[in-house]
Design a protein around this ligand. Structure first.
Ligand code: TRP
Length: 339
């Protein structure tokens, strides 16, 4: 396999998060915390997906600021730029270079089936642009450029990783082995955190009701208040099975933030009222988020260091990406002119 020319013997992990809105406790416990754990074991690439963000209208200054802030938040959570490659997507132009070739190897029918495209075009009916349609192809390029094996994603992105596999296999068959065929990676530990107001739905940063989610940058008073207001559906039942989704969600949050198992957490709280459950949960969340917030503020103050880190990340990412693009451009016949 040609990918053996990689110097790293470890498997490669890649994931990305869009810089479009505030990240939530759900993003931390379900994704970022795992990214941090995975960097110890894998050759890891973590990316701020600013190019995906413009499939929906963005204000330039705000996008620029949020991209950098999202990268700072990754670092504050423990993504170590010495261990992982942390970069902003648009700073590596190879993403576009590969996207075009992949676009020409993707069928309209395949993209038409993407449920996220259907959802998003319903939500943004005034701006159903071609980028929104080919969004999964850009995502496939993100993944295939780095020859990534494992893609930690939430359930909503699994279909895009499946498409990436199909494109990789199609290209490998047509042009000879070129890409590692990636797999979605749904982490073993990784809590699925639900809305505090509608515990049947995932905790989401785009929830119009801010009481439904805890933003990673919410201050302690806000966190306490939101958890106090969380819905608890049944009375006086604290149990590790899912009989009451609201209570189960709080217990999950408590367990994930305190490091206790669900059973331990439920055992500890058995016979106590929901007031105690909420107070313990709020304490545990604050004790996880507060140090991250302090670190985030510290990193953001050092603009120079932050920028240098992202320049390094872009260069490291580009070295890997360039190898893939040269191979692909040769295979499709784009190297007719030798400079
Ligand atoms: N589309 C992903 C999301 O919105 C973000 C993303 C972009 C991504 N490129 C990626 C995730 C590559 C994993 C791998 O959540």
């Amino acid at each position: 396999m040609e990918s053996t020319e990689r110097t790293e013997q470890r498997k490669t992990v890649l994931s990305g998060i869009q810089p479009t809105s505030r990240l939530t406790l759900g993003n931390y416990l379900g994704a970022l915390k795992n990214f941090v754990a995975m960097q110890e074991e894998f050759d890891s690439f973590y990316m701020v997906a600013d190019m995906h963000a413009i499939t929906v209208r963005q204000e330039a200054a705000e996008l620029r600021r949020r991209s950098v802030e999202t990268a700072a938040l990754f670092m504050a959570c423990g993504i170590d730029p010495e261990k992982s490659t942390l970069f902003i997507q648009s700073s590596v132009p190879e993403h576009v270079m590969l996207t075009w070739v992949l676009n020409c190897n993707t069928y309209m029918g395949e993209l038409n089936r993407m449920t996220q495209f259907k959802d998003k075009s319903a939500r943004h009916a005034d701006n159903i642009n071609a980028g929104l349609f080919t969004y999964p192809v850009l995502m496939a390029a993100d993944i295939l450029l780095y020859q990534a094996h494992l893609i930690p994603v939430g359930a909503d992105q699994k279909q895009h990783v499946e498409l990436t596999r199909d494109l990789a296999e199609r290209f490998n068959k047509l042009y000879g082995n070129t890409f590692v065929v990636p797999e979605p990676y749904i982490p073993k530990v990784g809590a699925r955190i639900m809305s505090l107001q509608e515990p049947e739905n995932k905790m989401s940063k785009s929830d119009p009701n801010p009481n439904g989610y805890i933003a990673m940058l919410d201050d302690p008073d806000t966190i306490v208040r939101k958890i106090k207001r969380a819905v608890t559906d049944c009375e006086e039942c604290i149990s590790p099975d899912r009989c009451c989704p609201g209570v189960y969600n709080l217990l999950t949050i408590y367990s994930a933030c305190s490091g206790k198992t669900l059973e331990e957490a439920a055992g500890e709280l058995e016979g106590q009222g929901y007031g105690v459950l909420k107070a313990r949960t709020a304490d545990a969340v604050v004790s996880v988020l507060e140090p991250i917030q302090k670190e985030y503020a510290r990193i953001l103050q050092d603009k120079r260091y932050l920028n240098d880190t992202l320049v390094n990340g872009a260069e490291k990412a580009q070295r890997r990406a360039r190898r893939t693009v040269s191979k692909v451009y040769h295979k499709v016949g784009f190297d007719s002119v030798k400079r």
